[in-house]
Design a protein around this ligand. Structure first.
Ligand SMILES: *Cc1c(COP(=O)(O)O)cnc(C)c1O
Length: 432
């Protein structure tokens, strides 16, 4: 058994945080609500490791929820931020650093001819929806249960309903009016989509989806479903929006769309594109993007949008990814990790299925396959919580919910993967 780790510092700081901030956090998942126990208060990160304020070290598979594909404090990213710092922090005027990141994005992502930078994935999907509505002159949007697009009012509809329903908001504070034009459909269900288009086609401004879902755990879209999404939106003149906030630069340099060979009209980016600083982006066909103010009439703005430090961190990250092309190696490394976890779970007779695309994966505590939100919700979350706490106790920091993606970075070495599998073997054997 591992010695009991001291978490006194984390306990003290988090207790104070709870008096200062609701739940002690600035984003709810961090509070460990789904798994119980004491959140780890982080002191620093380096490569694939995190250290808490008590000096405990963890192998990190959260990667700040996706951005850190190069690990913590990658030298090229730190150097780029330091270089820009000598010029200032923000100007609210055009700078060359915006061009640098825009050029990299346009070059990388097949369907993006023009891009606009914002400060989060939420802002990016909110703006993309507004642009799609402005461009089409229509109001309705289609979203899929289990897909997350940030905390945009109109997209906070996810109830695990498998029927075609006009969306009911899933948070207090979102008026019904905000979601009246949101059609909620089950993921990977082409028939439901066909039905929705038959009924509302001429009123649908946009269909938004994660082409590989990461926010109900990893759930890839079927090829047949994606083809139906693409052909129906084209047929009815609706805008197809891929939310690639997680998958962009993660599953391939050009995102899921380059991996799957399907081109959306608009793409939403975040996480990796900011290299660990707050950046979101949306982009696509010039004809659509030109409707944005000041070229067009669709309003969208941001005091800190295109922030030089954030642009530099994103550009440095993308350059490393472009120049080193780590995707095959990431795939092999993650495959080895998943094979090890699977063998360990089988040994212990733990019912599970692992779903993986490249360096993102989820181990679901149910037998597979998981094709939609309803499937995901059948996972045994008590078992997940015990697994999570056991891994944390053994120095492995996993996302603190069953319905999240684990991320492997270029900084994870074979020894880290082996240590993770070893820890999992011990934890699975002791699961209730
Ligand atoms: C994280 C995420 C968002 C929201 O991005 P924020 O920067 O947290 O606002 C949107 N879409 C997807 C697919 C995400 O994973």
């Amino acid at each position: 058994m591992m010695p009991e780790r001291s978490r006194e510092g984390s306990r003290r700081i988090f207790a104070r945080a709870c008096t200062l901030m609701p739940g002690g956090v600035n984003s709810p998942a961090r509070a460990f609500g789904a798994v119980g126990g004491q959140p780890v208060v982080v002191d620093r990160g380096d490569g694939c490791y995190l250290w808490d304020v008590d000096g405990n070290r963890y192998i990190d598979y959260v990667a700040s929820w996706g951005p850190l594909i190069l690990g913590h404090r990658h030298p090229a990213v730190i150097a780029a931020i330091e270089e820009v710092l000598r010029h200032g922090t923000t100007f609210g005027a055009p700078t060359r650093w915006e061009n640098e990141l825009a050029e990299l994005v346009v070059e990388a992502v097949p369907s993006i001819e023009q891009v606009r930078f914002v400060n989060s994935g939420t802002e990016a999907s909110m703006s993309a929806i507004r642009l799609a509505r402005g461009y089409t002159g229509r109001d309705k949007i289609v979203k899929f249960a289990g897909c997350y697009h940030g905390h945009v009012d109109a997209l906070l509809v996810q109830a695990g309903s498998s029927a075609t329903t006009l969306g009911a908001p899933s948070s207090p504070g979102v008026p019904e009016g905000c979601t009246r034009d949101t059609l909620l459909l089950p993921y990977n269900d082409s028939d439901a989509l066909r039905q929705a288009f038959k009924q509302y086609g001429s009123q649908i401004a946009a269909v938004i989806l994660e082409p590989i879902a990461g926010n109900m755990g990893v759930v890839p879209a079927d090829r047949e479903f994606l083809q139906a999404v693409r052909s129906l939106t084209a047929q009815y003149g609706s805008v197809l929006i891929f939310d690639e906030v997680i998958t962009g630069f993660r599953v391939a340099y050009g995102g899921a769309q380059s991996l799957l060979g399907i081109q959306p009209d608009l793409t939403v980016l975040g996480k990796i594109v900011g290299g660990g600083l707050p950046v979101g982006a949306f982009g696509g066909r010039r004809e659509i993007m030109s409707k944005l103010l000041p070229e067009g009439k669709v309003f969208q703005a941001g005091t800190l949008s295109g922030n030089p430090l954030a642009m530099a961190a994103g550009a440095a990250t993308l350059r490393v990814l472009r120049d080193t092309n780590p995707y095959a190696a990431l795939d092999r490394k993650t495959e080895r990790l998943c094979a090890g976890l699977q063998a360990a779970a089988e040994e212990a007779g733990v019912e599970h299925v692992i779903q993986r695309v490249g360096s993102m994966f989820t181990l679901f505590f149910r037998s597979g396959p998981v094709r939609n939100y309803a499937d995901a919700l059948e996972a045994n979350t008590d078992r997940f919580a015990a697994y999570f706490r056991g891994m944390l106790e053994r120095g492995v920091y996993l996302p603190c919910s069953q319905f999240e993606a684990n991320f492997v970075s270029t900084a994870h070495e074979d020894a880290d993967i082996d240590a993770t599998i070893e820890a999992a073997r011990a934890v699975f054997a002791a699961l209730p």
